[in-house]
Design a protein around this ligand. Sequence first.
Ligand code: DQA
Length: 146
Amino acid sequence: MKLYVLNGPNLNMLGVREPEIYGRQTLLDLENYIRQVCERENIEVEVFQSNHEGVLVDIIQSALGNADGIVINPAAYTHTSVAILDALKAVSLPAVEVHLSDINERESFRHISYPAMACIAQVKGLGFAGYEKAILMLKEYLQEKN
Ligand code: DQA
């Protein structure tokens, strides 16, 4: 089983960026956490981060034939990107959307998610643990499917 884990814009600023919302741990800490969870669960993983919508679309497209599922934190593109929604629909791989913060408890413009319309679930407000939850959900989903 292999997963792609994608992080969108400004998540490379974790640790510096609004620590009262996102905490003091860095993207490297998050990527190490994801790798540890996947190693424990016997899942192969590739992690990506980009600040660019088109690059995220390219990575999602490249998952086809290379990964069994996708964990994605589209960050600000969550609330704007039909392109990321369409890419997820195009590859038709099971995907789980993750947010470190609880987007429903924040400004109203964060309440809408386009990519979530192509995801089997959305996990929010759990910090790093949300990625673990998303990975476990995909593992269970893929095991049931096969
Ligand atoms: C975020 C929530 C988004 O609204 C925001 O634009 C982000 C991070 C989260 O992980 O909580 O950049 O996706």
